[in-house]
Design a protein around this ligand. Structure first.
Ligand SMILES: C[S@@+](CC[C@H](N)C(=O)[O-])C[C@H]1O[C@@H](n2cnc3c(N)ncnc32)[C@H](O)[C@@H]1O
Length: 236
């Protein structure tokens, strides 16, 4: 998968050199490039923001640096089609990111992320980019961050681990929270007694049917208690 990221803080993405994503970059599974938006601002101060038309608090990201940065990735003459890269602008006003979306996005050959700052990006950037590529505004939850960088890191981590070849044991991905609409069951490892707390005996029984049944019950109980909204109304 090819990933391009545009940000005024490229150093945020240095952490993508470690762990599984770092290995995926080294092995070529992920080809990632981070672009500094300020390289596309040409005044003495490399300005990327200005006051909002219509008044109000805060600053808005200017369209010119964004246009130039995205042209350099997509091509100035690019025309949006089904095969275009998908450009994702993180935004608290976007559709909410979840495991289903992560799975969907893990199948994309090319993703471009545009990290907003301040009060966000001039609307015309979204409108124009939609003529050059496919565009989605995506939120990682109902709260407001200072910038899109942390949101993009979270999305890349969730998407990246689903790319075929990324995780050694792909079965472990299927059993996780949100994969079947339920939260994951509690996990235990050795020793079987720790600080007088025992592992549930069923897990030591060797009876796989009983283990599966117990785990499913735990999933339903935990989901009902913590996230009843994930269950159909008749099961809440
Ligand atoms: C301070 S926020 C701007 C918030 C904007 N004025 C609003 O009310 O929708 C600056 C940037 O942080 C990012 N951001 C903030 N919260 C986010 C969230 N929940 N999900 C994804 N991105 C977020 C976006 O890139 C946004 O442009």
């Amino acid at each position: 998968m090819k990933i391009d990221i545009v940000s005024i803080f490229p150093e945020y993405f240095d952490v993508l050199n470690v762990s599984l994503l770092g290995k995926a970059r080294q092995s070529g599974l992920i080809d990632m490039n981070v672009h500094n938006l300020r390289d596309h601002a040409h005044d003495r101060h490399r300005t990327v923001d200005d006051t909002p038309y219509g008044g109000g608090a805060g600053m808005v990201m200017k369209p010119e640096p964004w246009g130039e940065a995205l042209d350099s990735i997509l091509g100035a003459d690019a025309v949006a089609s089904e095969d275009s890269p998908l450009v994702i602008f993180p935004s608290p006003a976007g559709e909410v990111f979840d495991q289903k979306m992560a799975r969907e996005l893990s199948l994309e050959p090319a993703l471009v992320f545009g990290c907003g700052r301040y009060e966000g990006i001039d609307q015309r950037v979204f409108d124009h980019t939609a003529t050059q590529a496919r565009v989605r505004l995506v939120s990682i939850g109902d709260y407001v961050l200072n910038g899109g960088e942390v949101a993009v890191l979270a999305m890349i981590e969730a998407i990246g681990r689903l790319i075929p070849g990324m995780v050694g044991n792909p079965e472990s991905l299927v059993e996780e929270s949100h994969e079947d609409g339920l939260l994951e069951y509690p996990s235990y490892t050795k020793p079987s007694v720790w600080r007088e707390r025992e592992v549930p005996p069923v897990l030591l029984s060797g009876n796989h049917g009983a283990v599966d049944k117990w785990r499913h019950e735990q999933q339903v109980e935990r989901t009902r208690r913590v996230r009843p909204d994930l269950l159909p109304p008749e099961q809440r």
